[in-house]
Design a protein around this ligand. Structure first.
Ligand SMILES: [Zn+2]
Ligand SMILES: [Zn+2]
Length: 329
């Protein structure tokens, strides 16, 4: 099965949290948190179109500089979304450098940033390299409900959590899953090939069944025929959830479980052993057992613990064991 987007943790579990969502097609990627990005290649980073920041603790935001350095000489727009204070943090980062060499002839890099709360977007700002990253206020793209980004193929949702400061958790939701059935495809005399990504996209976007595609140079087939013959089958879209840095309290639990409900994959912080739960609570973090409880309550298909406290280096197995067992009441 070819996934629309493949998630991958940026770092090992004892390092900064952060998830790269790499799209199989379209030379595109998205990042959830930008702490240490050094394991990512420039090629991978340059595919990033959207960045979702949970909160601005350094281990989740310090990678902004690496992104900026790589994108500076590109004609691109990079979108940033985060909790209240994100646009001010982006502006502060940009203000830290001297931009006297930028002018109207410079590359047209645009950094668009929006603060989000469950009520919608606030303080949407645009920073253009051509104007020395001077701040421009822009109309807030209207956000509906908890949706931050609505793409024809997927949407990104958020939940506002408490980590001592507001902290966002995110869900990537593919709109429809489209799978290729090879035997049925071959029965039509067709072969698997890059043309199918176009066919799948057409189905995901609800195209007219009469829409035709070039399977080969001399063979055209309609979306309706492919679906009718069972060569393409649809199902519920992939859901990937990223939740990190949250206190284990009732309000957070309700919100994160709702966001992660039925997810195919949940990436969740699981930083502390249960014997240190008071320390975890004081820092507004989850223990591994609490994270495991959330995964179980949400009924996720697959859960990946991350963002382990370095105090347990050498004891990763204990954290993983508590994550898998020990439901917390
Ligand atoms: Zn934090
Ligand atoms: Zn953190």
């Amino acid at each position: 099965m070819t996934l629309l987007a493949q998630p991958r943790l940026v770092n090992d579990p004892f390092s900064d949290a952060g998830l790269l969502l790499d799209f199989r097609f379209g030379n595109r990627a998205m990042l959830f948190d930008i702490g240490d990005l050094s394991p990512l290649s420039p090629r991978e980073i340059l595919r990033v179109s959207h960045v979702f920041v949970s909160h601005m603790h350094m281990d989740h935001f310090a990678g902004f500089d690496r992104l900026l350095r790589l994108f500076l000489y590109r004609n691109r727009t990079v979108h940033f979304f985060g909790p209240p204070g994100l646009t001010a943090a982006v502006q502060a980062k940009l203000n830290a450098y001297t931009w006297n060499l930028l002018d109207e002839q410079s590359h047209d890099l645009m950094i668009a940033a929006c603060d989000w709360t469950p009520g919608g977007f606030h303080h949407c700002r645009l920073f253009r390299a051509r104007s020395g990253f001077a701040r421009e206020d822009t109309a807030s793209t209207s956000a509906e409900g908890n949706v931050l980004l609505d793409d024809p193929d997927f949407r990104v949702e958020a939940a506002m959590l408490d980590h001592g400061v507001p902290c966002l958790a995110f869900a990537f939701q593919e709109k429809i899953r489209v799978n290729v059935q090879k035997p049925q495809l071959e029965a039509l005399g067709l072969r698997v090939g890059p043309w199918l990504s176009e066919a799948k996209r057409a189905v995901r976007r609800g195209a007219d069944p009469k829409t035709t595609l070039a399977a080969t140079a001399d063979r055209h087939i309609s979306v309706g025929e492919l679906l009718g013959a069972g060569a393409l089958r649809t199902g519920p879209g992939q859901r990937i959830v990223y939740a990190t840095d949250l206190a284990f309290n009732e309000a957070n639990l309700a919100r994160v479980v709702a966001l992660a409900h039925g997810a195919n994959q949940l990436f969740i912080e699981a930083g502390f052993l249960q014997e240190d739960r008071e320390l975890a609570a004081a820092k507004r973090h989850l223990t591994a057992a609490e994270a495991g409880t959330i995964a179980r309550l949400a009924g996720v298909e697959h859960a990946v613990p991350m963002h382990f406290s370095p105090r347990y280096l050498g004891h990763e197995d204990k954290l993983r064991a508590e994550f898998m067992a020990n439901p917390v009441a």
